[in-house]
Every structure is written in structure tokens, then in C-alpha cells.
Design a protein around this ligand. Sequence first.
Ligand SMILES: C[S@@+](CC[C@H](N)C(=O)[O-])C[C@H]1O[C@@H](n2cnc3c(N)ncnc32)[C@H](O)[C@@H]1O
Length: 291
Amino acid sequence: MELPSENPNPNTVQDQLPQTSRDGVSSCGLSKNKLRKLRRHEQSLESRKFRRAKEREQRKNKGLKKRRGNDEKLAEIQKLKNALEVGCKVVIDCQYQNHMSTKERTRFAQQLRRVYSSNRAATSPLHLYLTSLSQDSELFKICCKQNDGFENYVLDITENSVLNSFEPSEVVYLTPDATDVISLDKGFEQDKIYVIGGLVDETTTKNLTHQFAQTKNVTCARLPIDVFFQATEKGTYKKVLTINQVVDIILEWHLTKDWVAAISKGLPERTGFQPKDPNTISSKVISGVNN
Ligand SMILES: C[S@@+](CC[C@H](N)C(=O)[O-])C[C@H]1O[C@@H](n2cnc3c(N)ncnc32)[C@H](O)[C@@H]1O
């Protein structure tokens, strides 16, 4: 819509109003004062017209923006629903609730929000599962409290354990303590189920998920951080990542099929790692870690 000019055509006001003579009386008999008032009134009408048109335009733009926002939201929900059919299966195993303090459970819920938001924004979202999570658990309640609309998240929640929900032979338990690295050339495979320990441990309890996977004879694997990255001068050198960082890596790997790009997405700068020169990573190392 065309907005009227902010400075309305002066001719319209000036031309239509009669000129005043030297004695302050116009040809139509109006005094100077009356004429000034008339002009001011005309101008205020014009600027009101302008303001109204501007407001109408703003309302229209706001409506369009809102509609566009709603359309985007619907498209994201549709993408997530689609992922429940075709997405790579990633489980967050919530069996470790009793290993977490209330503060750690709250942080778990916050990480879950980041996981969901990364997945919602992804081009090809993952099929997310939360296993060993019953609706009457404290963890579930914290998740609802921390995350608006948690009950409507488009993901699968079950109180069954991960190994009761999936064929153990298809499961790959991701754990930072595994001796084996995930297959570098196959990456995250469509017919496997990748499990992340649903754990926030401020003082890391080493081997917790690794031990579980080993006692259940489940394949476990760590991320190839040390294959592609080296320590810089300063850093925490922590290779134990948070749940949302691991999910970000999986999502980026699906997008790029590039381990350096994927790990860079999830590895915080403070860890002090930088990508190795690709020429220094021999194919022997790569095939060695792939076993
Ligand atoms: C904060 S970590 C928990 C670490 C915990 N001490 C354990 O025993 O797994 C949360 C989860 O992220 C995944 N994870 C974190 N860093 C990883 C790495 N470097 N390689 C593979 N998985 C990792 C694991 O599934 C892990 O259970």
C-alpha cells in the first residue's frame, strides 16, 4: 500500500486557502488568526492520515510476520513427524536419574531443550527417543517445568528400558570411555540405534555408561575427537561432552558427512582442541580406529 507523503503536497493546503491582504483580512473575509488555525487544522488532518496509513501498514506487516512464523512452526512440526518415520534413531537413556542431584536433573532438562531445538531446526531431524522415563518420575516433572510444551514434544517417550525397546544387536552405546571409535566411514548408520547416556555429572563418574554397555554385551563407541583434533596450548581438553553437544555432532555429521565439521559443531572452544592437519592423519590411523 502506498503511504501518503509525510510532507503532503503544500499546494493542496496553500492553494485552497485564500491569501490575506496587508490589513490581515483574507479575500474571503477570514482574519489572519482564523486562517492560521485553518491551515494548522489541515496539516494535522494530513499528518493523522499519514499516521493511520503507517499504522495500517505496520499491522499488515506484523500479521504477515506472524503468519510466516506460524507456517514455519507447522513446517518444523511436520519435519519432526516425518523424522519419526525416517530419521536416524537416537535414544537418550534416562536410566541414570538416581545418579543425578536435583541441580543436575535441572541441567539435564535444559540440555534436553537444546537437543529439541537443534533437532527442530535441522534439515533432516533425528528420530529422538527418551527411554526409562516414566511420567510420574521427578525427572519428567522437572522436564515439564523447565521446558514449555514438553508434553507436546514430537519425540517418543517410554518407560521401558533401551534394551527392552530395541534389539540389543542394533544398539551402539555412545560412551566417552569406549576403546573403539565409531566407524569413520559409515558414521551414524540408518539401521542402528545410537544411545546417549541421559546423564549430567558435574564431577564425571567415569565408565558409568561404558560399564552398563559392557555388562549387557552391547557395542559401544566413542566419538573420534582425538582422531581429528589435537590439543592447543591452553584448554580443558575435556572429551566428555554434554548430551546436546553430542546431538549437535550427530546432526552436523548427517548434514555434511564431515567429521571435522561435525565435531567442531559440538566441541566447545574452551576445550582447547583444534583440527589436525589432514595430511598428518594417515589412512592407516583411520582404518586402524575403524577396525
Ligand atoms: C555428560 S556425558 C556422561 C558421561 C558419563 N560419565 C558416562 O559414563 O557416560 C553424557 C553422554 O554423552 C555421550 N558422550 C559424551 N561425550 C562423548 C564422547 N566423547 N564419545 C561418545 N559419547 C559421548 C555419552 O553417551 C554420555 O553418556
